[in-house]
Design a protein around this ligand. Structure first.
Ligand SMILES: *Cc1c(COP(=O)(O)O)cnc(C)c1O
Length: 221
């Protein structure tokens, strides 16, 4: 199942779009199967969940943290993840900087945009993205590599389109501005329900869970 799903998706995605497998609550065996089928990036939302599986996954992949990151978890997260896609404050970036400096490693990050400007959601407000990037770009052990957004959830993915467009516009504006120490390489948006629309609006990294691994218990899709 997983193998077929991954192959079908990889076939379907246009050139230049990377498929990340969003693997929350999945087992090491499921993750291994996805990597063997061609997945190169695994996304995890929780540090504890990741610890439970990461040592049992023998296949090589980039591990991306895609969940809400609490500052007290940063020290551990930087040791096992290759990228953090969910940075939304200077405080969090500085905490990553602090621990990466001690380890003498640089952490690639994406800035998470709250494109729906929803009160309860994580992510920085669209109007504050440029300022936050300016501040974070002065850090030495954190490297901004692009933007990530979730967007509000809808049954109809067409309703997500304006939020993807908005995030793409911010992405292009910052790219044109060429801030030092910032490489606007990844625009991470789109999930099982919305990835087609996200790609049409410029996503080059899609984070897909259910369509690879099957429906989760209590899944929102
Ligand atoms: C779960 C999750 C996804 C994937 O969602 P699906 O609907 O299962 O494809 C993508 N991004 C984040 C941040 C997630 O938590």
């Amino acid at each position: 199942m997983i193998t077929e799903n991954v192959k079908r998706l990889l076939n379907e995605l246009p050139e230049g779009v990377t498929l990340l497998a969003a693997a929350k609550e999945r087992s090491a065996d499921e993750i291994s199967e996805a990597i063997k089928a061609g997945i190169t990036m695994i996304g995890e939302n929780y540090f504890q969940d990741t610890l439970r599986v990461i040592n049992d996954v023998e296949e090589k992949a980039e591990w991306h943290f895609i969940g809400h990151l609490q500052t007290n978890k940063v020290k551990k997260v930087i040791d096992i993840f290759d990228m953090i896609e969910s940075v939304d404050s200077l405080k969090l970036a500085k905490e990553i900087e602090k621990w990466c400096k001690k380890r003498n490693k640089t952490m690639p990050i994406l800035i998470e945009v709250n494109s729906g400007e929803e009160n309860q959601k994580t992510g920085v407000a669209p109007k504050d993205v440029a300022q936050l990037i300016k501040e974070i770009s002065s850090l030495n052990y954190v490297k901004i590599m692009g933007l990530m957004t979730m967007g509000p959830r809808f049954g109809d993915p067409e309703e997500s389109r304006p939020y993807f467009i908005k995030t793409r516009e911010i992405f292009e504006q910052i790219k044109d501005f060429h801030p030092p120490n910032v490489e606007m390489k990844y625009l991470s948006m789109g999930m099982t329900n919305s990835y087609k629309v996200a790609i049409e609006e410029g996503a080059n990294l899609v984070r897909i869970g259910n369509r690879i691994f099957g429906e989760r218990e209590g899944s929102y899709n």
